[in-house]
Design a protein around this ligand. Structure first.
Ligand SMILES: C[S@@+](CC[C@H](N)C(=O)[O-])C[C@H]1O[C@@H](n2cnc3c(N)ncnc32)[C@H](O)[C@@H]1O
Length: 283
């Protein structure tokens, strides 16, 4: 490994050690053996062509935790909602009858599945579905109101330039994987917003972490080690990941016992108050 990749790995590892409240190692745990899967199987839910159940269910657990931490939010906005399985399961369990959810996705097929799933769980009245790119919603500075829980499992895997394959839309986070994450993190979220984001060691952590530490307080963080999956093993994505690792832009391990493993991060964040507000609250 190059010097810059070792530096990136150490920076990421220190962040995980210093800020994670929990660490799960799922490298030897089939998804079917997890308590997350048992909860998911209780309901008649469909998935979209986003094919990574570890991600979907870990994300749902993260949303459940965020709903606990942000006491009774009025609104939840899910950027890249897909099947909406993660939010639906979390809302069902939290029994927040008054919560209104806005599910945003670029893929109309995904929103069709989302609607069917919301009906199946009796939560249709709690949902509004908005088709379009999260990028355009995030250009509207008033789209997110206060007391909102903003959640996202955005496309966060790096893909070579000009990758436009439909099947990769759910994971294609741009050349370094951080494209959508940076849009969400750079939005000026109003005070009272909480964010629950799924991302990880493949989303240019050396760029994402300083932005998080500058703009947000970390309320809770879970790190989860998983094997490379359906997408990261695709030959053109896989070789791109090795190129980026040499440049210090992604972090992953590859050893004889475990093969290729990455760390997924579930982080719950709150925008830092501007210095003026802090002084005002202190009076
Ligand atoms: C990683 S998948 C997550 C799906 C679902 N939230 C889950 O966790 O199972 C990312 C989702 O983002 C959607 N997506 C991709 N690009 C988008 C964009 N520019 N704006 C909004 N959604 C987008 C994809 O269609 C996909 O449903």
């Amino acid at each position: 490994m190059s010097e810059v990749s070792t530096k990136a790995k150490n920076y990421f590892s220190n962040f995980v050690t210093n800020y994670s409240n929990e660490f799960d190692d799922y490298t030897n745990v089939p998804i079917e053996a997890t308590e997350l899967y048992a909860e998911y199987k209780k309901f008649p839910l469909d998935l979209t062509h986003f094919n990574d159940l570890y991600d979907t269910l870990i994300y749902s657990r993260l949303i459940r935790k965020a709903l606990e931490l942000q006491k009774a939010p009025k609104f939840l906005v899910d950027f890249g909602a897909g099947s909406s399985v993660p939010t639906l399961l979390a809302i069902k369990q939290s029994k927040l009858a008054d919560l209104k959810a806005i599910a945003v996705d670029i893929d109309p097929e995904a929103l069709k599945v989302s609607k069917q799933n919301a009906e199946a769980l009796g939560l249709s009245d709690s949902y509004v579905f908005k088709q379009g790119s999260m990028k355009s919603f995030l250009q509207n500075s008033t789209f997110i109101k206060g007391e909102t829980l903003v959640v996202s499992n955005p496309p966060y895997i790096p893909a070579p330039p000009d990758t436009s394959d439909y099947h990769l839309i759910p994971i294609n986070g741009g050349v370094d994987g951080a494209d959508y994450l940076l849009d969400i993190l750079n939005y000026e979220h109003p005070p009272g917003t909480t964010l629950a984001l799924l991302w990880g060691s493949l989303s240019n952590p050396s760029k994402v972490i300083p932005l998080i530490l500058e703009k947000y307080d970390i309320l809770h963080m879970n790190a989860i080690r998983i094997h490379f999956g359906n997408y990261t093993k695709l030959p053109h994505i896989n070789s791109h990941l090795y190129d980026l690792r040499e440049k210090g832009m992604v972090v992953f391990d590859n050893d004889e016992i475990n093969g290729e493993t990455q760390i997924v991060i579930g982080s719950i964040l709150r925008p830092k108050l501007p210095e003026n507000n802090k002084r005002w609250i202190g009076h």
